[in-house]
Design a protein around this ligand. Structure first.
Ligand code: IMP
Ligand code: MG
Length: 174
């Protein structure tokens, strides 16, 4: 069995959208300091490009989560595998996600971070699969809405593989 990929979003399309998102975020926070919370592992590629497209005094921190195991279905149970390195009290926080699928992960993270009394919590997600939403979440900054297909690359994995693809693709088992 061999694995092929069909490009859904090219590296160029992603880079263009990331620059636009960075400009929008830069404008809206208007010079205020920002904490980017990169949700590991899937968001590390997106977050590293996005932070370079934002012209604000920002710091980045990392939150490790696991919601899937080895399959492609969300278990609905979000496990924190690594916590933030510093408090976020009175700070403007922007959660950076690779994809909002059922919404369970991001809803849980918003609730968790709000208990720490930040000044604000917003969400920036590269991808959104509205067809699979189980809970309504507001995505303040969104890269692309995609159809209900399992995608990999640009940080997103299937059983920990393919995160290093420079584009976002569909997996085809042939
Ligand atoms: P949710 O809790 O169902 O919204 O799922 C969120 C997490 O599931 C994301 O942060 C991803 O890590 C993973 N995920 C959801 N859909 C995909 C996909 O199509 N490809 C790879 N990972 C996905
Ligand atoms: Mg993942």
């Amino acid at each position: 069995m061999s694995t092929r990929f069909v490009t859904m979003l090219s590296a160029e399309q992603i880079a263009t959208r990331v620059r636009e998102l960075g400009a929008e975020i830069t404008k809206e926070y208007a010079g205020r300091p920002l904490v980017l919370v990169c949700v590991l592992k899937g968001s590390f590629v997106f977050a590293s490009d996005l932070m370079r497209a934002i012209d604000l005094p920002l710091r980045i921190d990392f939150l490790g989560t696991r919601s899937y195991g080895e399959g492609t279905q969300s278990s609905g149970v979000v496990q924190i595998t690594q916590d933030l390195s510093k408090p976020i009290e009175n700070e403007d926080v922007l959660i950076v996600e690779d994809i909002v699928d059922t919404g369970l992960t991001i809803a849980h993270l918003i609730d968790l971070l709000r208990t720490r009394q930040p000044r604000s919590v917003k969400v920036c997600s590269l991808l959104h699969k509205p067809a699979r939403a189980k809970i309504a979440v507001k995505i303040d900054y969104l890269g692309f809405t995609i159809e209900d297909k399992f995608v990999v690359g640009y940080g997103l994995d299937f059983a920990e593989k393919y995160r290093n693809l420079p584009y976002i693709g569909l997996v085809e088992q042939t």
